[in-house]
Design a protein around this ligand. Structure first.
Ligand code: PMP
Length: 405
């Protein structure tokens, strides 16, 4: 008799093997108590958080917490409805105006998550005569949005402007083309060579969508992202972002100067058919965005800490991603070594994310670290001590930490 769950057998076996080898489940870690943006109790131990995406450490920002509490009291715990039904409050519209202002654009749409922003926007914009060109290392939400749309989807080599240009050249002149890029890539932390990619896209009259999930608050004047840093903001047609990283809460958005963005509200199913953000989340995102815009010292601290972790890991002999950013993908030679390092770090009070294929580029095993502005010197020393201890454990086993570049 057919078993509906047969398809999970491989996943379950691989997962069981991993749990055994790691001496715990790297994919099922329970945070018992969150103590601060950078510390939590995990497995009865105080751990430094090194995989939180909480780049600016703003999850405990007093103004954001106060604003959220006030909104909870005045407006309740949720909207219980979609933006096109009963779930469009004045505060959602105010936050959209704030986002538009933050990025110097005319239009903004809020989504309930960053995942939904990509899925909603891409599936709605992708008509059957259109072509979407995506980077091969694109986030799952970009792939999923493309899958739900009707456009032809082409992948170009990761961060390769010449390959993008070659693919654009083969498409009929006058056809609709949309190039989808990310500012900082989420696994290896490498930046898009944005000036070159933008030049290739614009030479063929393509529209550009840039997902600044990991670069919002991290790069550029006012924390506006990679496009601001590179000076190509006016060339980016659609900028997508999330509140789940630097902004320290949850939510997604798209900003643009194209007035047609307003029509996306009536076409994006991930906007139409899901409940809008709770007022408390809207209030905390609004407070945090203002802090990001006005407090450059957060970014300075983040980059100081990034220097310490990136350089320290390199000095210890680990293979890190090609660009120095707060997303530090530490490449492991194989999954077995990855599990040993992960386990040793946990024992030393460092909680990092283990990333395995298919979530990683080129089938690699990664310890995906993210640096936080709120990490203290002592915490960063604990992190480097943990990696040093892992290197010693591996040396005892005759294994090395260095992976192929
Ligand atoms: N885009 C990118 C590049 C991401 O890395 C992520 C989250 N990892 C998302 C979108 C989705 O964001 P959210 O967590 O808000 O759904």
């Amino acid at each position: 008799m057919a078993d509906l769950f047969d398809k999970f057998q491989y996943i379950r076996q691989a997962h069981a093997q991993m749990v055994e080898a790691a001496g715990g489940d790297p994919l099922g870690v329970r945070v018992e108590r969150i103590l601060s943006p950078t510390e939590a109790e995990v497995g009865g131990r105080r751990c430094v958080l090194l995989g939180s995406n909480n780049y600016l450490g703003l999850t405990f920002d007093p103004d954001a917490i106060e604003a959220a509490c006030a909104a909870l009291r005045t407006s309740g715990t949720g909207t219980t409805g979609s933006r096109v039904a009963n779930g469009s409050y004045a505060s959602h519209q105010d936050l959209e105006r704030q986002l538009a202002g933050f990025f110097g654009r005319r239009h903004a749409i809020l989504f309930t998550t960053g995942y939904q922003a990509n899925v909603g926007f891409l599936s709605a914009i992708a008509g059957k005569d259109d072509t979407i060109l995506i980077d091969s290392d694109s986030h799952a939400s970009i792939y999923d949005g493309c899958k739900l749309g009707d456009a032809t989807v082409l992948r170009f080599k990761h961060n390769d402007a010449a390959d993008l240009e070659r693919r654009l050249r083969r498409l009929p002149a006058g056809s609709n083309k949309l190039v989808v890029l990310e500012g900082i890539y989420s696994m290896l932390g490498d930046r898009a060579p944005l000036a070159d990619l933008v030049a290739a896209a614009k030479a063929h009259d393509a529209y550009i969508l840039l997902d600044e999930a990991h670069s919002l608050g991290v790069l550029g004047e006012g924390g506006r992202g990679l496009a601001a840093e590179v000076g190509v903001e006016d060339q980016i047609d659609f900028l997508i972002g999330t509140f789940s990283k630097s902004v320290g809460t949850i939510g997604g958005f798209c900003v643009s100067n194209h007035p047609e963005l307003e029509a996306v509200r009536l076409a994006a199913r991930a906007y139409l058919f899901t409940a809008s953000l709770p007022p408390s989340i809207v209030a905390s995102a609004s407070a945090t965005l203002e802090r990001i815009r006005t407090d450059a010292s957060l970014r300075e601290r983040l980059w100081r800490n990034t220097d310490i972790v990136y350089d320290g890991l390199k000095d210890l002999g680990y293979t890190v991603g090609p660009d120095k950013t707060p997303v530090i993908g530490v490449k492991m030679p194989d999954a077995e070594v990855g599990l040993v390092v992960w386990h040793t770090l946990m024992q030393h009070g460092v909680y990092v994310n283990l990333a395995l294929p298919p979530a990683t580029p080129q089938g690699t095993c990664l310890l995906r670290c993210s640096v936080c502005a709120a990490h203290t010197r002592e915490q960063l020393q604990t992190v480097l001590d943990g990696f040093e201890a892992a290197r010693a454990v591996l040396a005892d086993q005759g294994a090395k930490v260095r992976a192929a570049e």
